[in-house]
Design a protein around this ligand. Sequence first.
Ligand SMILES: [Zn+2]
Length: 481
Amino acid sequence: MKKHFIYYLIFSVILFPAIMSCSDSDGDDNDNPGGGDSNNGTSTLSLNPTTLEFAPKDDGKTFKITTNGDWVITMDASVDWVKLSALKGNGNADVTVTPDENETFSVRSAVLTVKVSTISRKLTVRQEAAPTDPDDPFSTDYLLLKNIPNSAGEQIVAYKMFSTGDAATYDAYTWRLKGSNDGEEWTIVDERAEQSFFARYQEQFYIIETPGEFTQYRLEAIAQYAKTTPRLGEVVLYSQNPVAAWESFGYPVVEYIAESAVAESTGGKQFRSVVQDPVEFMKYHTQKVAEILYYLPGDQMPAVSKVNYKLESWTGSSVADKSGAPPTIQIRFNAKYIGEFSGGKTVQAIVHEMRGVLYHELTHGYQFEPKNCGSYDGSSVYWTFIEGLADAVRADAGLFDNQVQNRKDSSKDSKKWMAGYRTTGYFIQWMKTKDKDAIRKFNRTAKDLETWTWDAAVKAVFPTYTGVEQLWNEYYKEINK
Ligand SMILES: [Zn+2]
């Protein structure tokens, strides 16, 4: 006992800095995994062994708990592949750990915590990945084959792939693109391993590593799980790099913040089922919004360098809001709203809404602000520009439902272009039917006009018009014919 005690003292001193920096500060004695007598009052606890290794398909294995007290085993709620013969008991015991078959192509591990009174010990469970043929991981019955003709008739240099609305576990995970001219001899032009899509119905672009001249292409893909055929949306081939013009866009740093109670709420879970990686999701949309508001990434625009992306929960009908001003803005999403909105909706409708809200809120980060025309008060000229342009960008991204009927209805709004939100937004977006750069030019008027008015802005974008009234009348007629 004395020897043990001295050992424990030395061990504690060595590990002291580590304990101090450990965030798990609930008083647990975690610094001696599986170890022996810890001199904690009268309770004792040790585990043997402290690591269990499993093959992808394996029988249960047993570890020993040696204790003089009541013990409880816990593990992270996300671990659903480990079964235990007992979760609690008293005194010495053998506990059997049985893993499900690992059908993923990744090694996985879980940590079990055994507690007696205030002492806790940890046991690590580790399981090998599902086997692949080392010579050819694509030799599986669960291969996805997609033939894509080269309709461009030119050399293909890039491609775009869409995820589906199914669970992310069905996504294509590792793939190769092959080209051929006779349908018999195939040449690999691009290979990608362990990819992930950051949202449902998400487009992702890939530049082909070794392009060649081919008349047809074939994509071969496997999923993350060995016994699953991947599901993939549309694959589009490009003979020119479609993302080249915006490659130099400076993404902001994005921090995603969600307290666990919000993350675990109905809306929080719903959000994460359609958005697997909120940081990438936000970054993607910052660029998409900038593309609508500006010609090129080098254009003068508000320098948004940081976005705090918060999932919160509040009562009321508001979906989201934006606060702060560049360089740092904050965008909050209402998890409570997402939960209520999502009931009975398709994945497509939910992700549509998530994107639409982001287009709107991010416009507030990237738009210019009009000068000398009031404040954000729900009725001023300033306010109509701010909210109208945000909904115009959302409409331009195609993210309002039932657009034709909504446009007709909103065009009859008695406040006309001064109504804000959709009524104003649809009007601004319609201007693109007269000039494809109308939204960009309209946004730019906020920077250029010393005193911003609707008449001055319309005349700046459409020099032959007398003012906003004339343009609105034309819009009204066209929408209602
Ligand atoms: Zn807004």
